[in-house]
Design a protein around this ligand. Structure first.
Ligand SMILES: C[S@@+](CC[C@H](N)C(=O)[O-])C[C@H]1O[C@@H](n2cnc3c(N)ncnc32)[C@H](O)[C@@H]1O
Length: 194
């Protein structure tokens, strides 16, 4: 499998989300950053849907809020200044098990504080919480990076999550070759039909 172009990786992840999301869906952006993925998910779920978007940096939440306000998408997004590992805690009772897509773009925010990086243990907790709350035929999309300190260890956690699902007979896909130092890759885990 050929490595994927890092510039295209976020675009690819968004296309994978758009394949699944329907109007009225619940979606999760595990890492809000500057808000581009959150805005994209908000467009996909439409005015009747909802996006839960997480970041542990107040500046990232504010950037995301600004982008959504300009785009007129804020009413369909709940912004959470907390770790994505607490994902299940923000869902309403009716939203448990109803997530269409959970998207994680790991690592640090380019142009931001590069010392604030997603961590293997919280990533593992978040992936598990997302899978437990996916609807039938929902999808987890996780973009992982290996070029920064801690990146390979985090990719190993993502890979272990993938392998556990592959062994359980679930449809998973790894886009981009891993391990390939310095290159991003995408894990896709599809929940089977009910
Ligand atoms: C690669 S950036 C995300 C880019 C973003 N999706 C966008 O469209 O601009 C990674 C983000 O993850 C955030 N982050 C790090 N640890 C986190 C955690 N435990 N929970 C939620 N966000 C976290 C960082 O603050 C950073 O903003």
């Amino acid at each position: 499998m050929a490595p994927i172009n890092p510039i295209r990786v976020t675009e690819r992840a968004q296309k994978l989300a758009a394949e699944i999301l329907r109007p009225g869906d619940i979606a999760v952006d595990g890492t809000a950053g500057k808000g581009r993925d959150t805005a994209f998910l908000a467009q996909c779920v439409g005015p009747g849907g909802q996006v839960h978007s997480f970041d542990i940096q107040a500046g990232a939440i504010e950037s995301t809020r600004n982008l959504l306000t300009i785009a007129g998408l804020l009413p369909r997004v709940s912004l959470h200044l907390r770790s994505h590992s607490e994902l299940a805690e923000v869902l309403t009772p009716a939203q448990h098990g109803k997530i269409g897509v959970a998207l994680f773009n790991l690592g640090y925010l380019p142009g931001g504080d590069t010392s604030v990086i997603t961590q293997p243990e919280t990533t593992r907790l978040a992936l598990n919480a997302a899978y437990e709350n996916l609807r039938a035929e929902g999808r987890i999309i996780c973009v992982a990076y290996t070029g920064h300190p801690g990146g390979p260890a985090e990719s190993d956690v993502v890979l272990a999550f993938a392998e556990a699902h592959a062994q359980a007979g679930h449809a998973i896909e790894k886009i981009g070759y891993y391990p390939n130092p310095g290159k991003p890759w995408i894990l896709v885990v599809n929940k089977p039909a009910a």
